[in-house]
Unconditional design. Sequence first.
Length: 612
Amino acid sequence: MAEGVDEVVGRTAWFRRCFADKFDPFGEVDVRDLGVARIAEWADIGLRRVADVGDWQELNRLGRRAYDLGIRNLHALLLTSAEAARHLRRAFYKRLWQLWLAEAYAEREDLAEFGVRRMEQLVTMFRHLDLGAVRSGAGRVRERVRGSSSGAGGGEARGQAAALKREISRRRPRPIRQLLQEVPELVQALTPCMLMSPLSVSQYLLSERLQFDLVIFDEASQVKPEDAITAVFRGNALVVAGDPKQLPPTNFFEASLSDGYDEEAPDETLESILDECATWMPEVALRWHYRSRDDSLIAFSNHHFYANRLVTFPNADRTELDLGPRLVYCTEGVYDRSKSRTNRNEARTVAVLVGELHRRYPDDSLGIVALSQAQQEAIHDAIEDLARRDATYERLLSAVDEPEGLFVKNLETVQGDERDTIILSVGYGRDETGRLTMNFGPLNQEGGERRLNVAVSRARNRVIVVSSIKADDMPLGVSRGPLLLRRYLEYAEKGPGALASSADGGLGEVESPFEEAVRAALVDCGLDMRAQVGCGAYRVDLAVLDPEHPGRYLLGIECDGATYHSARTARDRDRLRQQVLERLGWRIIRIWSTDWVKDPVRQIRRVLEEVA
């Protein structure tokens, strides 16, 4: 029926627009009541319009069809009213869907009982139960391990226990590798989970009786296959975790140049255990990114390395915390290309910046990444020089061995680290003659872009790029590593707007008519609204901007549209996403489409009460 109604309404409205007053100009008349002159005039008009007979016949057909469908009055109204022709079609369908929804609510009890309070109660209960299930998982693993180890007994176990006690009482204990070879079962029962490097496995686990249910490799992109094989051999199952877009195995520490990297030598990186296993093992992508407290920190890597597949989240307040990347341009920086291969002025700029950041964010951890080992050492020397005169630097240097202490590293050694603030020192730049060469050390080598990816993705709160050059100083026709450095310099200077696929502060385009209706209603209430807030694939549907603090959002509004139902699991949709957003400072409410259809005024009132 709907298709028939659509045809009649659409074609009749078209006739009304195109042929207004064209048919039957005298209205409903009886020729017997007309005089000869009027009949002649009527006939003359008819003769001039013989070509319109086809349209007249179709209009009559539409009239008969409207009668059959029960919309005869609607058809007549469309023909006689220009205003109705503009709006009646939408009005008809609105009423049609309202009647259809009313019938659906009447027939289905679950729909009739659906409401925001009941649904939010169910979501809250699910979150509580899901968290309980996750937390109980560790306990189940411990109980299973205890159960398997408690069965180990007999004379052999007692003998191993005695040997271990004797070893503890020795004044000069034997090497660990010998002890593990003598009492392997007992040690494994006491410590069923061992954290070791591949080299340690080869050195200490000599006994063939030391076997494990599961072997897990982390940062597998840096592990050579030949180094991994002894650990793989000892497991019944294997999990290899790593990122092919990050550092491969490298011969960095074998280099002998002063800056720690032979800029002229060919790249001799080897295939990793990650690359090897990717050819035959099933892969699972871990797409959710948790480290960055604002998605602008990972947007560059997400765009250039991960095809925007990472799920990232915006922060509710970027301004107060000074989140995201920014550029500090060192105007006096000079790269000593022919001698020390350092940029001393830039190193001093970094050292001064360390103190400023520590005073401004005393609770934030700090890390420094240099593009070369020579620049790393220059920065460390500059910090030590300031520490002789300033107690702030002395305290920072004394805490370098703490878990979140200050570090100064280079591209090759920073993978796996993270800090609240990362300072990235480019170091390379124009020499004393003003010449800029496109040699950026390890970035020029094959896979150099992966090193840059590691460096720019270490920060939780902010990345500060200290550079003596800007993006415009570098040509476009260079290898991939320097090209991405150029683009990152531009990104740090201009912000997320430098990426074609990103948005800073909201794309401004809603994803559905439902979201548009909600936004329009709230704008009419005087709220400053932003749509699709974020830089990554996931964005907050609608956000209320704080009029007193631009850049801060008072409230996030999620609609049950494409973003909601595209989540693969209820855990992603109803717990993890909400949990991450709340950790990033968001207050989130959800407007369900069913509640909006029933009572939009009430849903608007909910939003206004939240932001009051």
